[in-house]
Design a protein around this ligand. Structure first.
Ligand SMILES: Nc1ncnc2c1ncn2[C@@H]1O[C@H](COP(=O)(O)OP(=O)(O)O)[C@@H](O)[C@H]1O
Ligand SMILES: [Mg+2]
Length: 289
């Protein structure tokens, strides 16, 4: 187990079996606070399963997972519940409740986990929507009335409602057109850079890998086959990785190459982001009773 004080996600020797099928045969990695890490791997290599295990939704067959310093799979239910409120999750399908307006969807975690007044919740929902580039008018709409990209933004706003320290996303740009996908990347980058949110995302999107990630973890054959910055993983000699990168010509105009990313001291207003300039203190929720 990595014992860096900065590590907020630590997975050690994870094994996962479904009947006779071995999905993970010893997966070990760790992610530090403030990193923006992508997990890549072939279809069915166990990426989504790994994410569910890390957030405490699915128990691995063996191994340890520590999230924000707590052992997820031995934690008392109350500890696990508190832990879940410190992380946000965007599932692969976005998963908004279709019978509720976008604003009501975003209010769900606040209604469930806080005793804030309806007026305060309404103000916070407006704030969260602004943060991801949605207007109050969008909040009135039903999910089916939004475009795919806007639905993903709404999903992010809901995942951000309790001000998570870590955001987990499963293939956030899949199904989006290239322009919307790059805007979404910039949104994630600005959340990471300006609010300091640690991001772990699963993706197949090479532009995302080049444009915004600080590190890539590749899984295959049930284990971690590569773990490092893009430039390093790009030239790894694993056959699947070679095929993956060779089958996709590197885009010529990556939106923000790693060496040109805004520094963490750069204010959000200067960061290449569609999100409005909101700083962490303005977002601070009142303490929960
Ligand atoms: N609850 C489950 N029961 C049985 N098999 C599962 C379950 N969840 C995932 N699997 C299997 O585990 C493998 C990995 O799935 P998944 O984590 O979704 O892969 P990925 O996200 O990398 O495409 C797949 O073969 C899938 O069918
Ligand atoms: Mg998956």
């Amino acid at each position: 187990m990595a014992d860096s004080a900065a590590a907020v996600i630590e997975a050690h020797d994870i094994h996962t079996r479904f009947g006779d099928q071995v999905v993970h045969a010893g997966v070990t990695f760790s992610i530090d606070r403030g990193e923006l890490v992508a997990v890549i791997g072939g279809s069915g290599s166990g990426k989504s399963t790994l994410l569910r295990e890390v957030v405490g939704l699915q128990r691995p067959s063996s191994g340890q997972i520590r999230l924000l310093g707590e052992e997820v799979w031995t934690a008392a239910p109350a500890t696990l519940n508190a832990l879940r409120q410190r992380v946000g999750m965007l599932f692969q399908d976005g998963a908004l409740f279709s019978s509720m307006s976008v604003g009501e969807n975003i209010a769900v975690p606040l209604r469930e986990h806080t005793r804030l007044s309806p007026a305060t919740i309404e103000r916070l929902v407006t704030l969260q929507m602004a943060l991801v580039g949605l207007t109050p008018a969008d909040g009135e709409k039903m999910p089916s009335e939004l475009s795919g990209g806007m639905r993903k933004r709404a999903g992010i706003a809901r995942a951000l409602a309790l001000e998570p320290e870590i955001l987990f996303l499963d293939e956030p740009t899949s199904g989006l057109d290239p322009v919307t996908a790059r805007q979404f990347d910039q949104l994630l980058l600005s959340l990471n850079r300006s609010l300091g949110i640690t991001v772990m995302l699963i993706t197949h999107d090479l532009d995302t890998l080049i444009g915004i990630t600080s590190r890539i973890i590749a899984i295959g054959n049930g284990t971690v086959i590569a773990d490092g910055p893009f430039a390093q993983v790009r030239h790894h000699d694993d056959p699947w990785l070679r095929e993956y990168f060779n089958s996709r010509p590197a885009p010529r105009d990556a939106p923000t190459p790693l060496d040109q990313r805004p520094s963490s001291s750069q204010p959000l207003s200067q960061a290449p982001s569609p999100a409005p300039s909101l700083s962490r203190p303005q977002m601070r929720l009142p303490s929960y009773p």
